[in-house]
Design a protein around this ligand. Structure first.
Ligand code: ADP
Ligand code: MG
Length: 182
């Protein structure tokens, strides 16, 4: 099992990238009232058929479809359900995919968030053509939209050393400010 939720989230975001998404939305919400840490990822990638959806969630219970069996989704689902949370995956071919997972915030087995800022930074700057919209609702709200950054930069590439340094610091500090959950 992965020790950090950030690594699970990275795997889910990489699935969206592999599915050819042009826009990926990540919303993380610390729901103190329900004692849940909720994660939602929405993409406009190629999506999955009903059969694929079933298979990717339970690769050991359904007939193999021919492709390789990945464990990113089943592990994330298992952790969520094991921590008094829930998991859902919705998709339609050609339209995109929505994944939702929740974890008991105070559940003893909930993995810590880990380095979410570093994970997001790496994914965003290595996929500058993809629009990442990130929202973290904790103590306050952190909102990031890579399209706004690109519009602001104009002809300056995201890989510019000064831009990288600024972005890393920006995401780090602002995310840290709103995160209550470890
Ligand atoms: N967002 C998505 N859009 C389209 N297909 C997806 C998406 N997420 C997962 N899949 C499909 O489910 C499979 C299993 O995903 P996962 O469990 O993360 O394992 P892996 O990424 O190692 O294949 C992927 O290979 C892909 O075919
Ligand atoms: Mg994966």
């Amino acid at each position: 099992m992965m020790e950090e939720l950030a690594l699970h989230i990275m795997d889910i975001l990489q699935n969206s990238l592999a599915a050819g998404a042009r826009k990926i939305e990540l919303v993380i919400n610390e729901d103190m009232d329900r004692d849940l840490l909720k994660v939602r990822v929405k993409d406009d990638g190629r999506g999955m058929t009903a059969k694929e959806l079933k298979w990717v969630q339970d690769p050991f219970y359904t007939t193999k479809q021919g492709g390789k069996v990945g464990l990113g989704i089943p592990m994330f689902k298992w952790v969520a359900e094991h921590c008094d949370g829930y998991f859902s995956l919705d998709s339609s071919p050609g339209k995109g995919t929505v994944l939702e997972a929740a974890f008991g915030l105070s559940h003893i087995d909930r993995p810590p968030m880990g380095d979410l800022a570093g994970t997001l930074f790496a994914l965003i700057v290595s996929n500058p053509e993809v629009r990442f919209v990130v929202k973290y609702e904790g103590k306050g709200e952190f909102l990031f939209d890579s399209k706004k950054v690109k519009d602001l930069l104009g002809d300056v590439p995201m890989s510019d050393a000064n831009v990288l340094g600024f972005l890393r610091g920006y995401i780090n500090e602002n995310l840290r400010d709103v995160m209550k959950a470890e």
